[in-house]
Ligand binder design. Structure first.
Ligand code: AMP
Ligand code: MG
Length: 466
């Protein structure tokens, strides 16, 4: 394999000059490959051994690309913590192009772009390894997500509170089109651009919409369904995204932008990890409602496409948005029935609906609770509920296939990131082994199944954009 045999198109760059700024990645002084996702490389038709060579690392850092590629910084807007930023975009990221299967190859930490605002364009090893670990854990849990292809240390220092080693993450995604991309396109007032973006999103992610009478209403409905199912999946595994701004909501329905995200240990709807989310806007329990809010922002952008008459467009959008809550609830209940070993069409909604309050009251470790139930290891406080549950003859083998043993526990993630920052990738590798095969219990990995200490959990904070 050589650079010129890598199939990397420039579809987005060519079709959307209004949303793309041609730009080059910074050349890292001493690039060192820290993590390489061999199964993903294989899926993409990339030779893993070649990716380890200087030419392969050149691809993974955007410094040597096939002639077909046109790297760009993507422009988008976004509501950040509720306030609209009309021009955000890739300040430290680049879209390198699209693989033959349509997926994007994208870099994070590849240097300042014209959209960098005050930022330095760089990323530190710790946060890029964090995105690698958590996104691969999500993938292994069966949750739609962007993937991590590689982390390359740059050899340059990044100044944060202290000087940290820098890194570039190579990320693969169905696309990087976000609600914020539509917000930016809509704000230009160019309905032709908006329509092209919507048609592009339909072709790439929701091709069935072309059959509908109103394909843009169908697009909205498809994104709403994908996002309702996605946030239900997060809730079912205890994932807290942490920064659910509209620029971090994809049209494809993949989880994107692993910044201050973390998994909850003790069940509590108010769980917040992000140091800047002091109001709890993006707390665990608020994620469904905030996703509904973000979808309302998406609907606003589509109004000019929904109907020529603006009152009719608003009526259509409002009615479609009303589907979010029931679809989310259906997705969550269906998932919770699977976690409880109940039949897909079990009619006892009260049994699943009562569980969050019980888990809160008894301060259960959310992940291990379900495996414990399947083993018959039941906290006494649940006896009344448990007796009702048992009457349904739950399928415990099915429960073990639906409930992970291993999630990226916060204390283990921090241990792996601290070691990676100090140059030791072994803890990250060991954690990755556990969390990329999350449902198979292995006796030698018991440490990876346990929550951290209560003291650790009480003080645990995560940080954005580092
Ligand atoms: P994120 O929190 O990663 O979604 O980033 C939010 C916005 O800030 C995006 O537009 C990023 O491109 C930008 N950004 C974050 N960190 C940096 C940085 N170090 N340099 C330049 N831009 C950044
Ligand atoms: Mg982002």
């Amino acid at each position: 394999m050589t650079t010129s045999t890598v199939s990397l198109g420039s579809r987005f760059a060519t079709e959307f000059p209004e949303l793309a700024i041609g730009w080059q990645a910074e050349t890292p002084p001493r690039p060192t490959l820290l993590l390489l996702n061999e199964p993903l490389a294989h899926e993409l038709g990339l030779d893993a051994d070649w990716l380890r060579t200087p030419a392969g690392i050149g691809l993974l850092t955007g410094t040597t690309l096939p002639a077909s590629a046109t790297p760009v910084a993507q422009v988008y807007a976004g509501h950040q913590f509720g306030g609209l930023q009309p021009r955000l975009g890739d300040g430290r990221a680049l879209l390198l192009g699209e693989f033959a299967d349509g997926r994007d190859l994208h870099l994070k930490g590849s240097g300042r772009t014209p959209l960098a605002r005050g930022g330095d364009g760089r990323a530190a090893v710790g946060p890029m390894v964090r995105e690698y670990l958590i996104s691969e854990a999500m993938h292994a849990l069966g949750i739609p997500t962007t993937r991590a292809l590689a982390v390359v240390a740059t050899g340059a220092a990044v100044q944060r509170e202290t000087a940290l080693p820098g890194a570039v993450l190579a990320r693969v995604a169905a696309s990087h089109i976000r609600v914020g991309s539509f917000q930016y396109a809509a704000a230009t007032g160019d309905t032709g651009l908006l329509r092209r973006l919507a048609d592009h999103a339909i072709a790439r992610h929701h091709p069935g919409c072309v059959e509908a009478d109103n394909r843009y209403l169908a697009l909205f409905d498809a994104v709403l369904t994908a996002q309702a199912e996605l946030v239900a999946r997060w809730m079912l595994v205890g994932f807290v995204h942490g920064v659910l701004n509209t620029d971090n909501v994809t049209i494809s329905g993949e989880t994107i932008d692993y910044g201050p995200c973390a998994f909850m240990d003790t069940f509590d709807a108010a769980t917040v990890f992000s140091s800047i989310d002091s109001w709890g806007r993006y707390a665990y329990g608020n994620q469904p409602a905030i996703t509904g809010w973000n979808l309302a922002r998406f609907a606003e952008t589509l109004l000019p496409l929904l109907d020529e008459d603006s009152d009719t467009a608003i009526e259509l959008a409002t009615a479609a948005l009303g589907e979010f809550a029931p679809r989310y609830q259906t997705a969550w209940r269906t998932g919770m029935r699977a976690k409880l070993g109940l039949a897909h069409d079990n009619p006892d909604d009260a049994l699943v609906d009562e569980l969050p309050a019980l888990m809160t009251e008894h301060q259960v470790d959310y992940t291990s609770f379900f495996r414990g139930l399947a083993r018959g290891d039941i906290p006494l406080g649940y006896m009344e509920w448990v007796q009702r549950w048992r009457k349904h003859s739950p399928d415990t083998a099915a429960m073990n296939a639906a409930n992970p043993v291993y999630i990226p526990r916060n204390h283990l993630v921090e241990e792996a990131l601290a070691a990676a920052t100090a140059g030791d990738m072994a803890p990250a590798g060991a954690l990755l082994d556990a969390i990329t095969d999350p449902f198979t219990e292995r006796p030698d990995l018991q440490r990876y199944a346990l929550a951290g200490s209560a003291d650790f959990a009480a003080g645990y904070r995560t940080f954005c954009g580092t």
